[in-house]
Ligand binder design. Structure first.
Ligand code: NDP
Ligand code: 8X3
Length: 246
């Protein structure tokens, strides 16, 4: 049985990953700031509060997860967010800092603590939830796109630095997925968030979880480097086919 840790498991892709790994019978450790809802995500999972932007919280979460479920086999670095769609010239630094601190520094804080034991055990898989935003920038997405682009050299570097230790590093980079992502981006404006998916067939969180589970269940000598997964109706971050209104 494998111990799978999922950050940001309280909703969306993280919750779907937890459910998918749970169905395969793996031991789960789930973390998020909204820890109250975690227990209902996957039966039997170890659940603990986690704020990836706070080093002490990361420390406590990982120590508790390892105490509960043993060494980490798969780390799904999913916690992340976009905040706002302001152009660079119009934005304030607060949202920038939140995105960089969560998506980049938070991910690094979790990963750097998980890696040494993986290297020592010569076994482990680091999965990163990137985004097509890391492949193609768009107006209003400058800092979010930068935060996701940053994950590419981080993954490349970890592959080089762990070479020979059997550690695998996979980036799963989705296009549009219908989750709480847009609600968070638009600071709770449900109407505006719903418009993002109006007339579109987006990916579901389960579609992305399928990719994560596929990567994690390859034989140990196979490392899926990057999986870019898009809705059929999306060509790039800003080109989406919308069904004409009846
Ligand atoms: P959701 O908003 O549904 O989920 C985001 C998750 O991240 C929540 O569980 C949230 O939990 C958690 N989270 C946010 N900040 C922190 C933090 N500081 N510490 C711990 N957990 C945190 O969105 P998605 O499921 O869509 O997003 C998951 C990942 O997928 C993100 O990295 C996002 O960038 C990426 N992504 C999303 C796409 C989309 O279109 N939806 C497309 C491409 C990539 P809580 O608030 O309880 O802490
Ligand atoms: C989320 C996808 O295109 O909204 O990472 O930035 S996008």
């Amino acid at each position: 049985m494998t111990h799978v840790v999922v950050t940001g498991a309280s909703s969306g892709i993280g919750a779907a990953c937890a459910r998918a790994f749970g169905k395969l019978g793996h031991k789960l450790s789930l973390g998020a700031r909204r820890s109250d809802g975690l227990a209902g995500i996957a039966p039997g999972a170890f659940c603990h509060g986690l704020d990836v932007t706070k080093a002490a919280s990361v420390e406590r979460f990982l120590a508790a997860a390892i105490a509960a479920n043993g060494p980490i086999d798969v780390l799904v670095n999913n916690a992340g967010l976009a905040r706002g769609v302001e152009k660079i010239a119009e934005a304030t630094g607060e949202a920038w800092r939140e995105m960089i601190e969560t998506n980049v520094l938070g991910l690094l804080e979790v990963t750097r603590r998980a890696l040494p034991a993986m290297i020592a055990r010569k076994q482990g898989h680091v999965v990163v939830i990137g985004s097509i935003a890391g492949h193609k920038a768009y107006v209003g997405g400058g800092v979010y796109c930068a935060s996701k682009r940053a994950l590419q050299p981080i993954c490349e570097t970890i592959r080089m630095e762990t070479l020979g230790s059997n550690v695998r590093v996979t980036s799963v980079d989705p296009g549009m997925v219908e989750t709480e992502f847009s609600l968070v981006r638009f600071r709770g404006d449900a109407e505006r968030a719903a418009k993002v998916y109006d007339g579109v067939r987006p990916l579901t969180a389960d579609d992305v979880a399928d990719c994560v589970v596929f990567a994690a269940t390859r034989p140990p000598h196979v490392n899926l480097d990057t999986i870019v997964v898009m809705p059929t109706d999306q060509a790039n971050p800003q080109m989406v086919h919308r069904a004409p209104k009846a």
